[in-house]
Design a protein around this ligand. Structure first.
Ligand SMILES: NC(=O)c1ccc[n+]([C@@H]2O[C@H](COP(=O)([O-])OP(=O)(O)OC[C@H]3O[C@@H](n4cnc5c(N)ncnc54)[C@H](OP(=O)(O)O)[C@@H]3O)[C@@H](O)[C@H]2O)c1
Length: 362
């Protein structure tokens, strides 16, 4: 018999904008609707999305809002029509980021509802900690690369030690058959990480001749694909120049000129790509969320396949997360972790959140 309380102390924001630093508040344990799982969350991770949502509340959800959208834990209830998962299954998934996540204080675990197509069973060999850092960053890399990379192509992935970047480099180099995977980072340590992830060459993107070095690696032709998950307007312009004529430039999320989310800034990316006849591809995990968004069967299948791939490729040892550190289930731990993520450059891999002191405590 699973003991589920009526309420628990969630971690998130309580004001509509300027909600960082986060706080804790009592929240009823949610109930799963049709096609949804209720997961007792044992492990999670920090993503820039969480401080951005606390700052801007851009999904317009009525606070208080619980954060923590990366979820690894155990299914404790399920809605109607869920046939692929059973109560007691260990799972990984992404909670609805236009709703609530699964962070909680106290070390007893949190609670999050996950749509069944955004979840996958967690094999025993994959730890809850590893599983819990994967969903958002893995799906972002999968969405940005899997439909676009063709065998033998040259690909440039700036920021190859970042949360998304280190998974993207492994994916491109080890699962998608890219011909040449090149990356970048700002420190020796991070360049070593990108190299260990499978990049053939890793340059210092701050070097004055970074672009020349990169173009030389393609014998002057430019890259077939650039996957830029840096959210840096400076990087966007630099990497748009590196796409070969007729190539593809893939960006995550809101895209050039919109990274502040509060105003549109000037960006030359469209112009640069148009001058090369290159395609600008927007890959946005957040586009699957928001009031009234209808996710068709193809998209559900893609996301479900992606979540399954995150577990399969981990088990096979081809795409594994690097965990820089873990913070515990406290408001202070999560706030200081998010603050270090906000200060961005020079960090690496993922910061895990340990929500339960015992992985089997459900
Ligand atoms: N909408 C979506 O689908 C979606 C999904 C996931 C993430 N995101 C967004 O994607 C961004 C990255 O997320 P993350 O978790 O990977 O963050 P992260 O771990 O902080 O990584 C950021 C990376 O960008 C690199 N970088 C910064 N400026 C650069 C530049 N000028 N040139 C090359 N590389 C540069 C950094 O390299 P160094 O540390 O070596 O300097 C770092 O590796 C965030 O803004 C996040 O919100 C969007």
């Amino acid at each position: 018999m699973i003991d589920v309380p009526d309420t628990y102390d969630a971690i998130g924001y309580i004001s509509d904008g300027n909600g960082f630093p986060l706080t804790s508040f009592a929240r009823p344990v949610p109930q799963p609707k049709d096609n949804e799982l209720l997961v007792r969350v044992l492990s999670s991770s920090l993503n820039p999305l969480e401080f951005k949502l606390a700052d801007l509340n851009f999904f317009g959800n009525k606070p208080p809002v619980a954060l923590g959208f990366d979820v690894a834990g155990v299914v404790i209830a399920k809605g109607r029509n869920v046939t692929d998962f059973a109560i007691g299954d260990s799972v990984v998934g992404m909670a609805d980021c236009d709703g609530h996540g699964g962070w909680a204080t106290g070390g007893q675990g949190g609670y999050a509802v996950v749509r069944s197509y955004l979840a996958a069973k967690k094999p025993e060999a994959v730890s809850f900690q590893d599983a819990g850092v994967l969903p958002i960053c893995f799906l972002a890399a999968y969405l940005g690369l899997k439909p676009h990379v063709e065998g033998g192509e040259t690909i440039y992935i700036p920021g190859g030690a970042g949360g998304v970047g280190h998974l993207a480099v492994q994916m491109a180099a080890r699962t998608l058959g890219a011909g040449l995977v090149v990356s970048s980072a700002s420190t020796d340590h991070n360049r070593q990480i990108a190299s260990d992830c499978g990049a053939y060459a890793v340059i210092d993107y701050k070097s004055p001749d970074a672009s020349d070095q990169l173009v030389a690696l393609t014998k002057g032709e430019g890259f077939d694909i650039v996957f830029d998950a840096t959210y840096s307007e400076k990087s966007f312009e630099q990497t748009a120049h590196l796409v070969r004529p007729g190539g593809r430039w893939v960006v995550l999320g809101v895209g050039p000129g919109r990274t502040t989310r509060t105003s549109v800034t000037e960006s030359r990316v469209d112009q640069i790509l148009a001058s090369k006849g290159a395609m600008n591809i927007n890959a946005n995990v957040l586009s699957f969320f928001g009031e009234g968004k209808l996710i068709d069967g193809d998209a559900q299948f893609f996301l479900s396949t992606g979540m399954e791939a995150s577990m399969r490729w981990h088990s096979e040892g081809v795409v594994r997360p690097l965990i820089a550190k873990a913070v515990n289930a406290s408001v202070d731990g999560i706030n200081s972790g998010l603050q270090s993520l906000r200060e961005a450059s020079g960090g690496y891999g993922k910061i895990a959140v340990a929500l339960s002191s015992s992985e089997s405590s459900y």
